[in-house]
Design a protein around this ligand. Structure first.
Ligand SMILES: [Zn+2]
Ligand SMILES: [Zn+2]
Length: 574
């Protein structure tokens, strides 16, 4: 087991202890040990061989012993014992939004509920609302959480599934005689939460199918034909492989990349031009037209090349026809990022470590923004501590060892009434202010929209953080009139963040086209809580591309001098 697998086991144990109503300090200790392990720079084998486990914060003798046994055997007697004591369905119930260990215990003890199915039935019968500490609203929310869970369970975050797809692709590339292997389907289009992995290949089909179905990560083989196979991956997702010939490859590639809407529009276009398009080829008067690659297929259809992430049937074909597709932003256009947390609030690395890592990425600037005072849970900064951080940043910027320019900022909570968490005397000293909603998600759509617009109208607001508060596959966006908020940002000359944290990707790519038309500038922000978190920017770029953004539409593609000027001009009003 590697350290991540061991950390997962420790977290599983913490969850079971919590369900058993064990001492909360013990529960916290397990979780801390798991974090500590994952944050360590060294591999687990190294930590054990050199007897350095107990040097990690939060790992005492007892946990050290557990980690060593988990590492060696993949389990631990204490874990096995817990597993026997706890109904497995109760652990699954804890995955539901709004259900912690305490509530799961109440449901179990009060109504004998042991599974999601039983919970659903009890909610439908109105039994849950009658239970103490629950009520009708909670019952309604639980039913909603259950239906979400069923839907979300089938999907995975792009950031989780893409590396898996990539590993399969690489494995198949190593088969002798293979000519192409591509990840297709929604992953190729950068979908935020793909449901499965689709792979297309050309080459020796028997060897490819054999290599595919005998991968170590295969849990079961679902189907195995001459040119097609499906497996269930141990992550619980389905992976499909199709093998085709080189001559049909480009047509297959387009067909299996989709989307459905894009494919329909392409076929209709072919038809109008007197041709017939399918996954097997393009024909005109019974003549097979030949294409070496996707570019040539699009060319035969009178279109410039459409990059996969744009293939959603949202106007890309019309733009390709008139050669007006945008010159999309690239990862290398990024010159720095904003929305970065440090150990001053809930980040895991210090200001200096974040600066050092950003400098290594070749960036020119970094915008520091820890939490504001109302985010008590996240260690939000009092005015005094914020001033101290501002001084530390000034010192860094003036020091000889400076490697990057640091901007002074904050992620400022938006209060329930739309006002900001600090007074003007504080905000005016900062280079930028990100305003975010972290509480009161249940306001009505009108109230929430009004609240955000009021925050945007505050003269010290630079940009809006994670606009809708969604957590992909975990929490829906709060009700919000996004279009109205974009209009307000446009009217006030404010920036909207594209939060690149893999479970946020907020504002959604579907809204960027409109925001761009209104002249709203985007900022691709990693919302980094550690130095590795800075790397989230890359997926933010993917989402920006999917939203048709060009480099010039994004604040942090501009050079330092221009960014300084832009930030100043926003603070002095439209
Ligand atoms: Zn936030
Ligand atoms: Zn944040």
């Amino acid at each position: 087991m590697d350290k991540h697998q061991v950390a997962d086991k420790l977290r599983e144990m913490a969850q079971m202890l919590e369900l058993k109503d064990e001492n909360p300090y013990k529960v916290i200790a397990y979780r801390k040990a798991a974090d500590s392990l994952e944050l360590s720079e060294e591999s687990l084998s190294c930590l054990i061989e050199e007897n350095k486990l107990a040097d990690l914060p939060g790992i005492g003798e007892a946990l050290k012993e557990k980690i060593e046994i988990l590492y060696r055997t993949g389990t631990h007697p204490a874990l096995e014992k817990l597993k026997k004591e706890i109904v497995p369905g109760l652990i699954e119930l804890m995955e539901l939004q709004g259900l912690g260990a305490k509530k799961v215990r109440l449901l179990h003890e009060g109504l004998g509920i042991n599974s999601k199915e039983e919970l659903k039935a009890a909610c439908e019968k109105g039994q849950v609302s009658k239970l103490a500490h629950f009520g009708e609203k909670m019952e309604h929310n639980l039913l909603e959480a259950l239906s979400h869970h069923a839907k979300w369970k089938e999907r995975r975050l792009y950031g989780e599934i893409q590396p898996v797809a990539r590993a399969i692709q690489e494995r198949l590339m190593s088969v002798p005689g293979v000519s192409h292997v591509d990840i297709v389907g929604s992953i190729r289009r950068f979908a935020e939460t793909p449901a499965d992995i689709d792979i297309l290949a050309s080459g020796p089909s028997r060897e490819l199918i054999e290599a595919f179905t005998s991968m170590e990560s295969v849990e079961t083989t679902l189907a195995k034909g001459k040119f097609k196979a499906s497996i269930k991956h141990r992550l619980g997702i389905q992976v499909d492989l199709r093998v085709t010939g080189d001559d049909t490859y480009p047509f297959n590639l387009i067909y299996f990349t989709g989307s459905k809407e894009h494919n329909i529009q392409l076929r209709n276009r072919a038809k109008k031009m007197g041709m017939k398009l399918s996954e097997w080829g393009l024909t005109q008067d019974d003549d097979e037209l030949i294409a070496e690659n996707e570019e040539e297929v699009y060319k035969l259809l009178g279109l410039s090349y459409i990059t996969p992430e744009l293939r959603e049937g949202l106007g890309e074909i019309e733009s390709a026809e008139s050669n007006h597709l945008p010159q999309l932003i690239r990862e290398t256009d990024i010159r720095g990022v904003f929305h970065v947390h440090t150990t001053a609030s809930d980040g895991k690395n210090t200001l200096e470590q974040m600066a050092e890592f950003a400098a290594q990425l070749g960036w020119e600037y970094l915008g520091i923004s820890d939490h504001s005072k109302s985010s008590v849970q996240a260690g939000g900064l009092s005015e005094e501590r914020l001033f101290e951080q501002m001084e530390a940043i000034d010192r860094y910027n003036e020091s000889k060892n400076k490697k990057i320019h640091l901007f002074k900022g904050v992620e400022c909570d938006i209060m329930k009434d739309g006002s900001l968490d600090y007074e003007r005397a504080v905000l005016e000293k900062l280079d930028f202010t990100i305003v975010s909603i972290h509480r009161f998600f249940t306001l009505s759509k009108e109230e929430q929209t009004k609240r955000l617009i009021k925050a945007i109208e505050n003269p010290y607001t630079t940009m809006v953080g994670h606009l809708t508060g969604r957590l992909l596959l975990r929490r829906d966006a709060y009700p919000l009139n996004v279009k109205k908020v974009i209009d307000a940002a446009a009217d006030n000359g404010k920036i909207i963040e594209l939060n690149a944290s893999p479970d946020r990707l907020d504002m959604d790519w579907r809204h960027w086209h409109y925001a761009k038309e209104k002249g709203v500038l985007a900022s691709i922000n990693p919302d980094a809580h550690s130095k590795e978190g800075l790397l989230h920017y890359a997926q933010g770029v993917s989402m920006a591309r999917k939203g048709w953004l060009q480099a010039e539409d994004v604040l942090n593609t501009h050079p330092l001098a221009k960014v300084k000027k832009l930030l100043k001009s926003i603070q002095s009003g439209p």
